[in-house]
Design a protein around this ligand. Sequence first.
Ligand SMILES: [Fe+2]
Ligand SMILES: [Fe+2]
Length: 187
Amino acid sequence: MPADLEGRAGLPEDLRFLLAKYPREDWQAHDNIHGLASMWLERHDMFREIGALLEGAIAEHREGKTTPDAFARFFAPRLRFFLGQLNGHHAIEDEHYFPLFAKAESRLARGFDILDSDHHVIHDALDRNADAANAFLRALQQDADARRFAADAYADENARLVAMLRRHLADEEDLIIPLILERGIGM
Ligand SMILES: [Fe+2]
Ligand SMILES: [Fe+2]
């Protein structure tokens, strides 16, 4: 399926007509970027930053640069924040913004169905991520082999989640920001 989150390289061609009119490099100079569009992009950047922070912390820990205790103290609250904020963000999009935007431009409605289905795929990945993270944090109290095994399993799960998230955030921006710029949609 071309719209599959882990298989696609961007939005399908028929959903890119507004993006062609408002390419990414022109967004910041547009008057309608202020308000909702900026808020959206900042929120997404925060998710990208925390995703990278978590990936970096895992990599450092696997290289032996942090003790299990120091790693757990740094990692656990940030992961909890990340997962919780993502859940909240997706809920507002699904319940409020996607229906609003799909109504504003019916030719893009299929795009919002794709983004909505991404959210389900990401939610399953969030559940797996939380399970793998808990197993990993528990394994920090065990021997070196158990720790390495759990670290590898968690790092794989996390890399997959972050890759999905990057694709989703970029495609969502490509669909929504041009629409906001075109229509001047506020909060
Ligand atoms: Fe989303
Ligand atoms: Fe989003």
